[in-house]
Write a protein that binds this ligand. Structure first.
Ligand code: SF4
Length: 327
């Protein structure tokens, strides 16, 4: 496996005011959606970005897909900074990098049939029209959509949520991408079809050389599909390691709290109080030092003044906490 994507010190700040009066220390106030994120993705690897709403995981996905430009930092694919891509090179990148949308009911144009929806990416990529029907049939087979002739003339409202999400997936795969970003890919589906779609995504990854970034707040989903997990909090990665290690032996206090908050389907089991209280702080004014210090149950004086770096705690495992021993 070679390196596919390198994310280096990526930041995305959204200005919230243009008024000079509101400037603080010479800077306009901004929502710091992402504030210095670095990681790598290998070919054929699947990673999960895990965290609460507003932690920056969706912003990370959008920057990697070049749907937005970063405030600073870089994303490189095969060693090429995507910020410089233009014209033909950008078009080629768009074929390689695809997004799987969260809500299949919104992702498809209600006025287009399934055949038209699946043809759109081929038209945009300039594929020869003579290839359309073979490519559509192949990708529907890949997405385990039988009865092709029956499905293709239908409109979105005529299909179930599970079928629609398979079409969304087929649409993302039709140009043969090298990686996908799947943002909460099953959160809008009934529980009964979620496992089907996740199994399908795992099978597709096994059968092809696809890499994947799964974005979710759901630890169970990430555990099911991702070999490595990056836990995010307030625009930063706080823990990065093999998923099973993170689930069974979490090291960062925030990861421990996320795992403790997972519901247990047993009414007779007393889980005790959750280890953290309160909400994620305002991303316009992140706390000083460790961003988690005002919610952390084991914070010490140093935590409110000194920002912990994300450092290795074991081979393949990084943690941003002053109280976790470094390797
Ligand atoms: Fe808690 Fe301090 Fe570690 Fe931050 S650095 S997670 S506040 S112990």
């Amino acid at each position: 496996m070679g390196r596919l994507i390198t994310v280096d010190d990526l930041k995305k700040h959204y200005p919230v005011s243009r008024s000079l009066k509101e400037m603080v220390n010479g800077e306009r106030p901004a929502v710091r959606a992402l504030d210095g994120v670095s990681f790598e993705l290998e070919e054929r690897e699947s990673i999960g970005l895990l965290g609460e709403s507003g932690c920056g995981k969706t912003t990370t996905g959008r920057l990697i897909l070049k749907l937005e430009e970063p405030t600073s930092g870089s994303v490189t694919v095969d060693g090429q900074p995507i910020a410089r891509l233009k014209g033909k090179a950008l078009k080629e990148f768009r074929k390689q990098a695809q997004l799987v949308f969260q809500n299949p009911f919104d992702a498809l144009n209600p006025r287009l049939t399934m055949e038209q929806s699946l043809s759109e990416p081929l038209i945009n990529a300039g594929a020869p029209k003579a290839e359309f029907s073979d490519r559509i049939a192949a990708v529907m087979k890949q997405a385990r959509l039988p009865r092709i002739k029956e499905v293709l003339p239908k409109y979105p409202h005529q299909l179930s949520g599970g079928q629609l999400q398979r079409i969304v997936l087929a649409r993302a795969l039709i140009l043969g991408p090298r990686f996908i970003v799947a943002d909460e890919p099953v959160s809008m589906l009934d529980v009964s079809v979620r496992a089907d779609i996740l199994n399908l995504m795992r099978d597709i990854q096994r059968e092809s050389s696809l890499s994947a970034i799964y974005i979710s707040h759901d630890l169970a989903l990430v555990r099911y599909v991702a070999k490595r997990t990056l836990v995010m909090y307030l625009g930063r990665i706080v823990e990065d390691g093999p998923t099973e290690e993170i689930v069974l032996r979490p090291q960062h206090p925030y990861t421990k709290a996320l795992i403790a908050a997972v519901p247990v389907p047993r009414v007779d089991q007393d889980r005790g109080p959750l280890p953290i209280k309160g909400n994620v702080p305002d991303a316009r004014r992140p706390p000083s030092g460790c961003r988690f210090h005002d919610r952390c149950p084991i914070a010490i004086a140093r935590c409110s003044v000194e920002d912990p770096a994300l450092l290795p705690s074991a081979p393949g495992h990084r943690v941003a906490c002053h109280l976790v021993a470094k390797a």
